[in-house]
Design a protein around this ligand. Structure first.
Ligand SMILES: Cc1cc2nc3c(=O)[nH]c(=O)nc-3n(C[C@H](O)[C@H](O)[C@H](O)COP(=O)(O)O)c2cc1C
Length: 193
């Protein structure tokens, strides 16, 4: 049963600008969703992917119902999730619509393999998931798409691409650990005194 607390519904509405401003503080891992088959394909950059359950392996992603991928996901009942590595900034930008490329044209310039479900998966992604649609919950402007993971490919790389405060940032384990060690050291030690 869905419960919406009454006092939440009667309070003064939060403005879109305030909401957007507050959400800029949330760091999001960048993924590309893929959908469709053959030449009838599209994809989009998202930060809304999250794990739903491990057993069974399911994830969810929130997709604007006006996005070109949405009807493809609904029609084919499948989608791919590709977690981008730090070097795949160009892919992120293309699939976010930069340069005006649409549909199959967004896939040029990167290597793809076809998953069992028929959706393209990105070669070199940190992880790539082949998902079967379990349920789509349409709410407001978006659809919450729940996917059962049917296949997974993982790379040994760790440097990830994230989005934070309106810009792409690289998250690299080793570099970040080194930087953390650097700032944690007492100033005297850092200066070699
Ligand atoms: C970093 C980033 C994250 C995004 N996350 C989402 C998301 O989670 N859901 C969504 O519907 N759109 C998201 N978008 C917007 C879509 O990538 C963008 O609207 C895309 O062009 C939609 O594809 P279309 O032009 O083929 O409809 C995001 C954009 C960026 C730059």
């Amino acid at each position: 049963m869905n419960v919406v607390p009454r006092d939440l519904m009667t309070e003064i509405p939060v403005s879109p600008a305030d909401f957007r401003g507050a959400m800029r503080h949330l760091t999001g891992g960048v993924s590309v969703i893929t959908a469709g088959r053959g030449k009838d394909i599209s994809g989009m950059t998202v930060t809304s992917v999250t794990s739903l359950s491990v057993e069974p392996p399911t994830l969810l992603v929130s997709i604007n119902r006006d996005a070109s991928s949405f009807p493809l996901i609904r029609r084919h009942g499948a989608f791919g999730v590709n977690i981008l590595n730090a070097d795949q900034l160009d892919v992120a930008e293309r699939f976010a619509g930069k340069g005006g490329l649409k549909g199959a044209d967004r896939f040029a310039g990167a290597r793809w393999v076809t998953a069992v479900s028929g959706v393209p998966l990105l070669v070199g992604a940190l992880s790539a998931f082949d998902c079967e649609v379990e349920e789509i919950v349409e709410r407001h402007s978006h659809g919450i798409v729940i996917g059962r993971v049917r296949d997974v490919r993982s790379s040994t790389r760790t440097a990830a691409l994230a989005y934070w405060h309106g810009q792409y940032v690289a998250v690299d384990q080793d570099e970040d650990a080194a930087r953390l060690a650097e700032v944690s050291l007492p100033a005297r030690t850092r200066r070699g005194v």
